[in-house]
Ligand binder design. Sequence first.
Ligand SMILES: [Zn+2]
Ligand SMILES: [Zn+2]
Length: 292
Amino acid sequence: MVPSLSNNGVLLLLSPVDKAESPAMLKLCQPEAHRDRIHRRDAMRLTPEVYLVGGGPTFAFGLSNDPDCHVYLVDGGDELALIDCGMADGDSLDRIMENIRQEGLDPSRLRHLLLTHYHIDHAGGAAAFQERFDLITYAAWDAAEALRAGDEVATSLDVAKRAGFYRADYRFRPCRVDRELREGDRVCVGALELEVYETPGHCDGHLSFLLRGRALTYLFAADAVFHGGRVVLQNIHDCSVTKSAESVAKLAGLEFDALLPGHVAIALRDGRKHVEMAHDTFQHLFVPRSFM
Ligand SMILES: [Zn+2]
Ligand SMILES: [Zn+2]
């Protein structure tokens, strides 16, 4: 799959079917210079303060290894933060570091790691990142224990392995959680500030972050809601349709420009409309379609 930036500010994943049509699509969407930049570089500067620096090729843009989620970087000036870190499997961590350098940023300025939830495609690499960098690590109060224990049952890694999502020999390495977050908490990254929203449903201990940046207001929604009003509800012990609906209703009440989810397409403008689509479906007592 390859990424493409449409003319309404939506970063798209082109499926293998779409790929056959990609030259024409890209030509319609983007000036030549912009396309070249996207395809030549392995990191994406979304705006002057937010970058996409990692994510596997299947459900992200192939900036790091599968099945990493989207790994975002927030540049707060004298400090950098990562929103999720992927699994650090193989050379994924090194690829993410190289992507950061390629954007002209110094990885030694990384000070914060915000974990949205304990699924390993988002948080499995936290211990490896902590070994490499002096990071303050943040997670939800009700996710911290499972992360500190590397609890493969609480995080549903056991069933996800059996279902074939992950290698059977992948181990969830316990990691530090330095600060447990609750609704309304704020995390400062240099001159920027992220607001914390508890958004369970996809799983327990799931957080979303709102960043009022200089360029835009961003919602880092992780796996709570996706482009096109989609969700991911799975047959795991802590997934809840009703909690997901409540979380989506909460996010639909926020004002923001960019919807930055944990996988697939990204909307830099009009991000709210995707959350409203999911909220509307829930309000009619249906369950939004899954992005998978
Ligand atoms: Zn997840
Ligand atoms: Zn995910």
